[in-house]
Design a binder for this molecule. Sequence first.
Ligand code: JFZ
Length: 426
Amino acid sequence: MNQEIRERTKWFMDARFGMFIHWGLYAIPACGEWVMSEREMTVKEYEKYFDLFDPVDYDPKVWVRLAKEAGMKYAVLTAKHHDGFCLFDSALTDYKCTNTKAGRDLVREFVDACREEDIKVGLYFSLIDWHHPDFPKYKDRQHPMRNCEAYKDEKFDFDRYLDYMHGQVKELVTNYGKLDLLWFDFSYDDMCGEKWRAEELIRMVRMYQPDVIIDNRLEGSGEDHGSIATAEPSIFSGDFASPEQIIPPEGIRDQEGELIPWELCATMNNHWGYCNFDHTFKSSQMLIRKLVECTSKGGNMILNVGPDAKGNIPCESVRILKEIGVWMKKNGESIYGNTICERPKPEWGRYTQKGDVIYAHVFEEALGAMPLYGITPEELDVVYYLADGSEMNRGEAWNTVQFQESAFVSFGENPVFTYPLPDQTD
Ligand code: JFZ
């Protein structure tokens, strides 16, 4: 993995935790961002949501402050999703928020809010566009390119679409100041890489935004060249890998075995876009553990919210984020700037590490003593609870820490113990 990527992604890999925001016209039908495809709606049918769109409560400062309260360091908003509707004031289409009742540039307000609150700014941009007349129409979820009945006789000039798509990306990278992150989505089958004129696209982006971090979804998994995991990534291979919903078992490494930047994208319930009947929200405890797991494997987690049609983040998500925030306030030190700890994974949880300090995340109650696998007693300096700074009672047993009844933090709170290792140079 090259040095340039390593330097560019430094802040990102230290940040560890971000907010993904999937928001657009699909908040109105309220069953996820794929509704147009899933119901095989025509452009005309779907456009009724364009007429209805009226996000009276939209205030990105509220979103960004919530992200901050949860301990997140960056936020990524869907400037355009697959439905083609633009949350920004594109000069290349009328299908944009400024022509709806919203009447304002929603991306502009979002980037301003992020900068005001000192949150790094990211924009998601869909390579797929179901609204554009020159984007070949889809049939089903897996094959967005297959023609559906209603469009079977239409001709598509794909290059014209690509000019449009590149033009919009240019607008985003030139009209909104410095962007910290761009999230392109997504390639499939042979629709990948140069089919998007990816090299040209990335050269243009880099000309205006030399430091922006870019995901790896311009590239398809079927490509036999490039990929950031190879010694010779192509220019459009991106800066980080983007596993979805599934945490890679051992983190992600390149061919030399070196960790590469990666970011798990995850939903809180089972949808990205707002869904008014999906109440299957994960617990804050589980999400905290997923964040710890990503950190312990050298990766990030970007956790999604799907605001509703008025622009409010669902109350379940707000509650969960606030709970995570309480934990992060006390234990964030074990997440930010941390990475993989090259010791055997403890049976009862996970280690994260920053410099000489090991943080032990206890997921499972031990029977009185907690063996510090892979750490010798000689290495140990002090052991204390990160949440309150109190010292742990060190047991007699070799390589174990004895719990003091009174100091025991209940399982549900994800206690973290820190093990600052003595200075190696001593
Ligand atoms: C994509 C989008 O289709 C989805 O709406 C959401 O924005 C998500 C973050 O990204 O979904 C994908 C893209 C790629 C894969 C799976 C889901 N994939 O390669 O497995």
